[in-house]
Design a protein around this ligand. Sequence first.
Ligand code: NAD
Length: 374
Amino acid sequence: VLSNRLRSTTKIVRSIVDKYHDEDENGSSTKKSLIKVLCYDTTSWVKETFEPQVKAFNESGKDLMVKMDFTNDRLNAHTARFAVGYDAICLFVNDTADAGTITVLSMCGVKLIAMRCAGFDRVDIKTAKTFGISIVRVPAYSPYAVAEHAIALLMSVNRRIPAASTRVKMADFTLDSSLLGMDIHGKTVGVMGTGQIGQILCRIITGFGANLLAYDVFESDAVKNMGGKYVTQEEIYKNCDVIFLMMPLLPATKHTINTSVLPLLKKGVILINTSRGGLIDTSALVTGLQSDIIGGCGLDVYENEGDYFFQDWSGKAIIDSTLTALLGNNRVVMTAHQAFFTREAIDKIVSTTIENIDNFSTGLRGKDLPNSIC
Ligand code: NAD
């Protein structure tokens, strides 16, 4: 019954869409197609950046009119029904489009999932394919933003910037061993995952005068030309003073850093993760920090970030004891998935998302649809 009702609602919306006419300045009637998009997990920057760009697109004389609505809710099996009457939905890193959710989306009439990010580890691609739902993403917005943030985390951890800044603000200008860092120059730095972001990071690292070791399932000539040497994971663990995790979250990369890796690590290693929280078994990380195997850690992502990130928890009790163990550790510097968050990157995220929606509306599908996952 629900399915039939949803289908008839979708039919009605579609007939309205088909009849949609847009009057130009001279009063003449030009037929424009309309695509309705529901944007999930809307935080202030999303609305502030999308609204003017959607308006500019709609006024640009294109044959397509984009109507974008926003909800603060994250996508999940319960909130999928909000998409009734929408042709497309726009998702971010912590929206969950698993099999059940996609089934509901399909019943709602959704034909396109437009990811406003690069990663799609929470989207069930197989089920989307089964229902004929296309998925597009923003494969690159600013790899510089993420690589530069990874370096910011490294330098914050290594030079104890948060603690030093707090101390100075309290008018305490003393120095002691708790603020002691190390030169990156001359150290051995490992980059695991030398894709777009990893390669930019490699270039920055060579600028420090560090020895660069890399690990990836595909070796990049660009990294080798910078002086980087591809080695095994074990060699990264054994030799590196700093390790950056820069690969996507896949079944093969889940919990790359786990309890069995701890004994292999160089004592005091600094670990930086700006990719996806699931690359690290966080309990193992806490053990590694407590046993001094891991000397410090910079995290922009966290395994269970979906329950907390992009929300204000400052007045509430956090019940995730692993998260509180990290927050309470003075050798951990944590940001809440903000590595991408530069003006350049968010402008590109929004413009590419609108382009993706426009391309979909022209009828392109599958491999012919630019930035398509399926
Ligand atoms: P990319 O696809 O260009 O590079 C990923 C690299 O990982 C590739 O070189 C690939 O060969 C390698 N890889 C894949 N499987 C591997 C494996 N099993 N072992 C080792 N290497 C493997 O991606 P990118 O643009 O460089 O982004 C990397 C990740 O950064 C994304 O997947 C995303 O999760 C994350 N990211 C985070 C933010 C943020 O704001 N924190 C922003 C953008 C991207």
